[in-house]
Design a protein around this ligand. Structure first.
Ligand code: TMP
Length: 404
């Protein structure tokens, strides 16, 4: 199956010229800006397998380098979500051998006995962290790597976990062939990725950026994995990253029964017509109107001399800022807790990133929620900002001011 079969792929949304969401700039000198890489972010729908993807994905070697900035353990929400899912999977499947594809800084794997786990992480700076604790392969996941691991370890894997990674890999054929090869007969693959259903419902078009080659639905996952001897038997809706799905996949002949929850999810996706191009065309119209409303609001506030900043130098906000052309004329700077993002500039629109203790001060009137998916955690943390009259702006599920 050719996933990028052009005749099947219908473009429904053009988010314009975009930089790599993770390519924070160390300075804004002309030479640096001249070298900045941009690509066209067009989103398409495959009329055969119902997969939604970027029309022309960026080469992963450009993205997952030894300078990869995202640390999964950075947020309290994610640390506790990974701890919880580790416990849950251990109880449900009792795996002896566990492997994570895209293990980042080991935030999930550290919840298991270190002798039973294998980490796969192509970003060398991250793999360096987990190498201190677990067996780590600092390579891209593919069929060849699965063969190498089987040869070295002489055993198959009972639980393969992969959060926010499978949707990043253009070559799904290699990905699932490798998984089928290394998965034990009774084994389970659990993947977590942003939910297309939530994107469409929440108008969260910023889930589309270079790393999200795909935004999966259960319908599409079911169609794809069956080409590689695998079967989707359960799906769970979870709140991480603004609404994700946790897919449970096994070998075709495995004893795991398809759950009622899977059936219900498939029904609700079909009810939303995620299997027809018309829904995506309507979504594209809503995205355009969201852009117009956001820019109009920011311009109005700026005209009234309000100080607006952005909260969280997220990958998602890279899409919003570059699509809506939001630069220093509308937003003064961005705050972020990640030390290695601080002092840098956001990709494409070049907003300065500073530490929250410096940037969230009494002069700030409005903070755009770049990290809207951590809204709960942020509101908890920023009680003082809200109490003294500070307000948040969000575009999810619609453009609005939050001043509770
Ligand atoms: P992500 O949505 O791509 O995981 O990125 C979230 C970013 O937001 C990450 O760089 C950390 C930052 N952040 C803050 O600056 N303050 C916060 O309170 C939270 C939860 C995240």
């Amino acid at each position: 199956m050719d996933i990028f079969n052009l005749t099947m792929n219908k473009v429904f949304l053009n988010l314009g010229k975009q930089p790599l969401a993770n390519s924070f700039l160390t300075n804004v000198k002309k030479k640096t800006l001249d070298q900045e890489f941009f690509y066209n972010l067009k989103i398409c729908f495959n009329t055969k397998n119902f997969l939604v993807s970027i029309q022309k994905p960026v080469n992963p070697k450009k993205q997952y380098t030894d300078k990869y900035a995202h640390r999964a353990s950075e947020s309290k929400t994610m640390r506790s979500a990974f701890k919880l899912v580790a416990k849950k999977l251990h109880k449900r499947f009792k795996p002896k051998k566990i492997m994570e594809i895209g293990s980042n800084d080991g935030v999930f794997l550290k919840n298991f006995d270190k002798k039973s786990v294998i980490a796969v992480e192509p970003c060398k700076n991250l793999a360096k962290i987990t190498k201190k604790r677990f067996k780590t392969y600092d390579e891209f996941w593919n069929l060849k790597l699965s063969k190498k691991i089987i040869k070295q370890k002489k055993e198959k894997i009972d639980l393969i976990f992969s959060a926010n990674t499978i949707s990043h890999i253009p070559n799904l054929k290699e990905t699932f062939m490798g998984i089928n090869n290394i998965l034990s007969d009774k084994g389970v693959l659990v993947i977590e990725d942003p939910s297309l259903q939530k994107v469409i419902k929440n108008n969260s078009y910023d889930q589309f950026y270079d790393e999200h080659v795909y935004v999966f639905s259960a319908i599409a996952i079911q169609n794809i994995v069956k080409n590689y001897g695998l079967r989707l038997f359960d799906v769970e809706q979870i709140s991480t990253h603004g609404g994700s799905n946790r897919y449970y996949i096994c070998k075709n002949n495995s004893k795991h029964k398809n759950t009622l929850r899977l059936k219900h999810n498939l029904i609700s996706e079909k009810f939303l017509k995620l299997n027809t191009i018309e829904s995506y065309k309507k979504f594209a119209k809503r995205v355009l109107s969201s852009k117009l409303r956001l820019v109009k609001l920011l311009r109005k506030l700026k005209k009234n001399n309000k100080k607006i900043i952005s909260y969280g130098a997220t990958y998602k906000s890279t899409t919003v800022f570059n699509f809506c052309k939001i630069d220093t004329r509308l937003i003064d700077y961005v705050t972020d807790t990640t030390v290695n993002k601080q002092g840098k500039y956001t990709p494409g629109m070049h907003l300065k990133i500073i530490a929250p203790n410096e940037g969230i001060n009494n002069h700030v009137d409005y903070a755009f929620l770049g990290a809207w998916n951590f809204k709960k955690e942020i509101f908890q943390k920023e009680k003082m900002f809200l109490k003294r009259g500070g307000k948040f702006i969000t575009h999810v599920p619609k453009v609005m001011i939050i001043d509770k």
